[in-house]
Design a binder for this molecule. Structure first.
Ligand code: HAM
Length: 428
């Protein structure tokens, strides 16, 4: 049997790297005062129709939708914002002090053509801010995104691109201009885009079909149509970015692929990733909470693709090299010693020492071979003498030196040899 196309298994040692990335981004979010939320992996399909938008590629072509046992149409979430907004409304979180700031790391599902950096099940780290209309909120989440790339030493590898796509009132003029432009080229558009022309011409701008992309490159730009209020918000956001020395370029082609955005939008793009070069994308979506039945609440957020970040780190040779592993391997010489080792290992784990003993029932010789293979920093042989005397030798595998210590003080001895374990800050 094979895994479903476009899905992946994260096996060791890659799982150490992915966990390290996830811990780092979550740590960064908490530094910015975001609290974790977890929402279901599937939602009623209409949630995505109404938020992501019926004319988007995601809803039209990419959702995993099926009827549940009760005949209700449900969908594996293609992104995290819709569920976060639904939860914010349903759980009455709008009654809590504003702004409400959430983060999540969750699997998302899109039926897209798999390629490097594009999977059918992938993980998003996302943040959402509710109740903060000020452009400083847009700059704050951009700053969080930037800090994550900086933490991984990727500051020079990604480019921040910003744009404003306007609010519903200025969007009307823009949609009219777009319609006029695309009408003159409609014969060449793909069949989906021909349909979009009447319903939502803006979605033609992110169609992935090459001829549509070519035509879209000459289309009118949102920035020429935005109202004074959207313009002012965009300028203020830039001022906040300047104040924190966050470099950006204005890319008038950045329109994002989802319908709920209003005003300022942004992406962090990595040239070295090729076709799937957007590592992080987001923006303001002031109308969505109300649209989904909640009180009128401004909001903004972003999501970052965990696999794309991992790919970027790999390409740039900057993968975090913090592989977790045991510090000490206990090698019992016989059955009696194995029994002793099982208790000793458990006692050491209580003292935060990551360790293991032979549970495969190997001969002493093959235990030694195994210890060499797994790259463990220290081993200790356990036999009758050690058990009787309460003293063992910690053998340092890098140079073969032995350090005698009382069994009761193994943790202290390892600590002195600088093998204390600190799980608190993943970036240190
Ligand atoms: P999005 O741009 O559709 O935005 O996705 C965000 C990120 O998810 C992308 O930049 C990319 O890194 C990753 N991603 C998307 N599709 C795939 C895929 N098929 N395989 C691997 N990675 C992928 C959103 O989803 C919005 N909810 C972001 C947001 C939050 N806006 C406001 N709040």
């Amino acid at each position: 049997m094979k895994a479903v196309r476009g899905t992946t298994d994260i096996m060791p040692p890659k799982s150490d790297i992915i966990r390290n990335i996830e811990e780092s981004v979550a740590f960064a979010a908490r530094k910015y005062d975001f609290k974790e939320i977890r929402t279901p992996t599937f939602e009623y399909t209409e949630l995505f129709d109404r938020s992501v938008g019926e004319t988007t590629d995601v809803v039209q072509k990419e959702m995993y939708t099926f009827n549940d046992g009760g005949g209700r149409s449900v969908t594996l979430k293609p992104e995290g914002t819709a569920g976060a907004v639904r939860a914010f409304i349903e759980r009455g979180a709008f009654n809590e002090p504003f702004p409400a700031k959430y983060y999540y790391i969750a699997p998302c599902f899109r039926y897209e053509k798999p390629q490097a950096g594009r999977l059918r099940e992938f993980y998003q780290f996302g943040v959402e801010v509710f109740g903060a209309p000020d452009p400083s909120a847009d700059a704050e989440i951009i700053s969080l995104g930037k800090s994550i790339f900086d933490d991984f030493n990727l500051g020079e590898s990604v480019q921040l691109e910003i744009n404003s796509i306007g609010c519903p009132s200025c969007r009307k003029n823009y949609q009219n201009a777009l319609k006029e432009y695309f009408l003159s080229k409609q014969d060449d558009l793909c069949s989906t885009c021909k349909e979009r022309l009447n319903k939502n011409p803006m979605r033609i701008l992110d169609c992935k079909v090459p001829v549509c992309r070519e035509i879209a490159s000459g289309a009118p730009k949102t920035l020429d149509f935005i109202c004074s209020s959207c313009g002012e918000n965009f300028e203020k956001t830039k001022r906040y970015l300047d104040a924190s020395n966050i470099k950006y370029i204005v890319n008038t082609s950045t329109v994002r692929g989802l319908d709920y955005y209003t005003g300022t939008v942004f992406e962090f793009v990595a040239g070295s990733l090729g076709a799937q070069n957007t590592v992080l994308g987001g923006g303001r979506y002031d109308g969505l909470v109300k649209e989904l039945g909640g009180p009128d609440t401004p909001a903004c957020g972003f999501a970052l693709g965990i696999e794309r970040l991992e790919l970027l780190l790999r390409n740039e040779n900057k993968l975090p090299n913090k592989e977790d592993g045991i510090v000490l391997y206990l090698a019992p010489v016989d059955e009696e010693a194995r029994l002793y080792a099982s208790k000793l290992a458990n006692d050491l784990r209580k003292e935060e020492i990551a360790c293991a003993y032979d549970i495969a029932g190997r001969s002493f010789k093959s235990q030694m071979k195994y210890a060499n293979k797994i790259n463990v920093p220290f081993i200790a042989v356990i036999g009758e003498d050690e058990i009787k005397s309460g003293v063992i030798k910690l053998k340092r595998m890098s140079d073969g030196r032995e350090f005698e210590t009382e069994i009761a003080n193994i943790a202290g001895a390892l600590d002195e040899l600088h093998f204390d374990m600190d799980f608190s800050n993943p970036m240190e």
